[in-house]
Design a protein around this ligand. Structure first.
Ligand SMILES: Nc1ncnc2c1ncn2[C@@H]1O[C@H](COP(=O)(O)OP(=O)(O)O)[C@@H](O)[C@H]1O
Ligand SMILES: [Mg+2]
Length: 437
């Protein structure tokens, strides 16, 4: 052992990571390029966002994946092809991202990691009729990504978390708490993607965080808009369509009595529960009673908005939430945000860009952190109110051409730091971002 190494670790850590995320909306792959540094295992981890981008999901593949999930009937051949093609799309996205921002995959990226595309997420089979089993599957083959980029690539974080006894989702409480936990304010970080999730950060210790999915975010809205425009429009841009319609409160109230909404936390969900068909059924029922397409979109948007406000009341911290930091594409929909502001007049509701993180970047940033911590060999903070408090390291690693170099680098960082003292990161400093938010 070199003599410079001691029990507080060896040499400083410096790893550049691309985090990617293709969420439930399947609108695209969000990408971040992040620099993580740490002087020694006992000092705070530093995180700096270098670049952010979005790569549109090719329409043909999106349609193929949506069909696979919606119909829930497929062949091994179709599954195998989709897995490879998603890996190729993520590889293309990563290459485009580097080129667009003038950085090199060979010298400016040490790790690539993300969720791929969630194909199936069913953590609570008891909410379904029939003989369902607890299961999760993400696709986007990491062997393809590592081979195509040369960079060591990570994935399968969600199924890895599920294997430890939790639900594999939302998986962002650790990042949110490291970024925003506050000694005297109750805060929440809310992401309105296809599905909407919260991280609740009760005032005090960073480890007090907990997270869950509230239900649909944009999935129903997107499905309704696609339905009424024959697929010409993919979403309700700036809430324009919903704004013109009238909310049918009786439909909202009935839907919100459904089993998922009233189920206690921990809970997470996906398209298996809140799929396009459910949204289309709501539209058909309303149309039959004389509603306009705009009324349907307004009503479906209110289902999301009201479910968020209800969830804060049911599962928020005692005394309420002082501040909410919003992310995800639904943050751009005023029909959701204005309703939330009306229901929560004492809460400061702001976009997460207030702390320098672009609205669409937060979940990709979560995967960058998961990727980094997995490769360094640390577990993440385990959220409270989950089924298991076992703090395992989550994720799977596919070595790329750079594996030997980065493995040596991480070994030098740890030095002879005792294994039993390796704990999750509880202090992180967000350095000013180098890209605009
Ligand atoms: N300007 C906008 N107005 C209203 N909704 C928007 C806008 N921009 C994005 N969205 C919504 O956000 C969704 C994408 O959100 P995103 O955070 O990427 O979700 P996911 O993580 O599920 O991919 C789109 O499908 C759309 O419904
Ligand atoms: Mg998206």
């Amino acid at each position: 052992m070199p003599s410079a190494l001691n029990q507080s670790g060896g040499s400083p850590l410096s790893l550049k990571v691309i985090g990617h995320n293709a969420g439930t909306s399947m609108d695209g792959v969000d990408l971040v390029h992040v620099h993580f540094t740490q002087d020694s295992p006992k000092t705070p981890l530093k995180m700096q966002l270098l670049h952010y981008g979005e790569y549109a999901m090719p329409k043909k593949l999106k349609a193929r994946v949506m069909k696979l999930i919606k119909e829930n009937k497929t062949t091994p051949e179709e599954m195998a092809i989709v897995n490879i093609q998603l890996g190729e799309v993520i590889t293309d996205a990563v290459k485009w991202f580097a080129q667009e921002n003038n950085f090199s995959l060979a010298s400016d990226v040490d790790l690539i990691g993300g969720q791929g595309q969630t194909i199936w997420h069913l953590p609570l089979p008891e909410l379904f009729e029939g003989n369902q089993s607890r299961a999760h599957l993400d696709m986007g083959e990491i062997a393809i990504i590592a081979a195509g980029t040369g960079v060591t690539s990570l994935g399968n974080f969600r199924v890895s978390d599920m294997a430890l006894g939790r639900q594999g989702c939302p998986l962002f409480a650790a990042l949110d708490s490291l970024l925003l936990s506050h000694p005297t304010l109750n805060r929440a970080v809310q992401n309105i993607g296809g599905i909407a999730n919260f991280s609740i950060l009760p005032r005090g210790a960073v480890e007090e965080c907990y997270d869950f999915d509230t239900g649909p975010g944009n999935v129903f809205i997107d499905a309704a808009v696609r339905y009424f425009t024959n697929g010409q429009q993919e979403y309700d841009k700036n809430g324009a369509m919903g704004q013109k319609g009238k909310v049918d409160q009786s439909v909202v109230d009935r839907v919100l009595q459904g089993p998922y909404f009233v189920h206690d936390i921990p809970k997470t969900t996906g398209r298996e529960t809140f799929g396009d068909r459910m949204a289309e059924d709501i539209c058909d029922e309303m149309l039959a009673r004389g509603a306009t397409p705009e009324d349907c979109v307004a009503t479906i948007t209110r289902i999301t908005a009201q479910s968020l406000a209800d969830a804060y009341e049911r599962w928020g911290p005692p005394g309420g939430v002082d501040e909410i930091y919003m992310g995800g594409g639904g943050s751009y929909n005023p029909n959701i945000i204005n309703y939330l502001k009306e229901r929560m007049p004492n809460t400061r509701i702001v976009p997460i860009s207030e702390i320098g993180i672009p609205i669409g970047a937060k979940e990709a940033l979560g995967f960058a952190l998961l990727t980094h911590e997995c490769f360094v060999g640390r577990p993440m903070i385990v959220p409270k109110r989950t089924e298991s408090d076992y703090p395992g390291v989550v994720g799977q690693i596919q070595p790329g051409k750079n594996m030997h170099r980065i493995r040596q680098h991480v070994a030098q960082f740890w030095g002879d730091f005792p294994e039993e003292d390796v704990k999750c990161t509880t202090e992180m400093i967000l350095l000013p971002s180098l890209c605009s938010s």
